[in-house]
Design a protein around this ligand. Structure first.
Ligand SMILES: C[S@@+](CC[C@H](N)C(=O)[O-])C[C@H]1O[C@@H](n2cnc3c(N)ncnc32)[C@H](O)[C@@H]1O
Length: 296
């Protein structure tokens, strides 16, 4: 299913891109937010799109090629957004008017051979956005039972984390866990039959936890938050959409601290959430929370 951008109107209203400005979409994906932003920067503006997944950028280049844009500069870079300060320096870009970060993965990445999905095709259990990062099937082989349990518990609040970790270690002794199906099968077999009353697949939380771990997602978020005032100019805005309680807590506290230090203004005290209509049309938006600040 093609990826549908989450909270698109709210992003555009908050960033309010205008002709000639410079803006970054640091998780540009299929350009669901990035292309409408780039259109509004044109003519004369600069749009910088970053994604860690090369395939996303290749497709985006094609999609952007269909657009009639009159930008001064269009820069698309395959990189970890945590390295954004260095990327901007290398590209000779100073501080920008707007920055968007839409965390996590996109629906376009399911079924593409990265093993993100616990359903559908059998794929190698890579779970990394970047093709050059250590795949989860290798990482898993190096972790002990306690570490596995902690990762699953900390990053997903899975209450059967201990049982799942034990099952993974037992299975690993018999045969290596190398595909998404291998992992999903072990998890499903480790939890009670009536897991969550059948509302969600038992593999959901464990897959999310391992994805966050394999890509160091909390660390990356911490690094880009730390560089925010070097990236966004005075009067410019940063918008972050998160889908995970830990990520949202990090953004909330970081923004609050910046505001208390007098370095930024909170655009809204509470997180902006999708309307019921958006959730109905795009169930993936259900857990989204948008927070924004303006740099002083
Ligand atoms: C939720 S999707 C963005 C979708 C996009 N906003 C749209 O609507 O088309 C998140 C994207 O961020 C990318 N990503 C995840 N972690 C990243 C990181 N550390 N650095 C750069 N890109 C990252 C993923 O590859 C994915 O394409």
């Amino acid at each position: 299913m093609a990826h549908v951008p989450v909270l698109l109107n709210e992003v555009l209203e908050t960033l309010a891109p205008r002709e000639g400005q410079i803006m970054i979409d640091a998780t540009v994906g299929g350009g669901g937010h990035g292309i409408p932003i780039a259109r509004r920067l044109s003519p004369g503006g600069t749009f910088i799109g970053i994604d860690w997944d090369e395939k996303r950028l290749k497709e985006l280049r094609e999609a952007i090629g269909q657009e009639v844009l009159d930008l001064e500069k269009l820069i698309l870079v395959c990189s970890n957004y945590a390295d954004l300060v260095d990327v901007l320096e290398r590209e000779g870009i100073g501080k920008v008017n707007g920055l968007l970060i839409d965390l996590g993965f996109s629906s376009d990445q399911l079924g593409e051979g990265k093993g993100f999905a616990f359903k559908g095709k059998e794929e190698p259990l890579a779970m990394t956005y970047s093709d050059y990062d250590t795949p989860l099937y290798q990482i898993l082989g190096t972790l002990g039972e306690r570490q596995i349990a902690e990762i699953i518990k900390d990053l997903s609040d899975e209450r059967y984390a201990g049982r799942i970790a034990k099952a993974i270690v037992l299975e690993r002794k018999k045969s290596p866990i190398v595909t998404n199906h291998d992992l999903a099968k072990v998890v499903r077999g480790a939890v009670p039959k009536n897991y969550e009353g059948g509302r969600i697949d038992p593999a959901t939380r464990t897959f999310m936890a391992f994805r966050i771990y394999a890509n160091r997602e909390l660390e990356n978020l911490g690094r880009i938050l730390g560089g925010l005032t070097e990236i966004v100019r005075s009067g410019g805005r940063a918008v972050i959409i998160s889908y995970h309680s830990k990520e949202d807590a990090m953004v909330k506290h970081f923004f609050k601290d910046l505001a208390e230090k007098g370095e930024a203004i909170l655009i809204s005290k509470k997180a902006i959430k999708p309307t019921d209509l958006e959730v109905k049309q795009n169930p993936r938006s259900r857990s989204a929370k948008l927070r924004a600040i303006e740099i002083k």
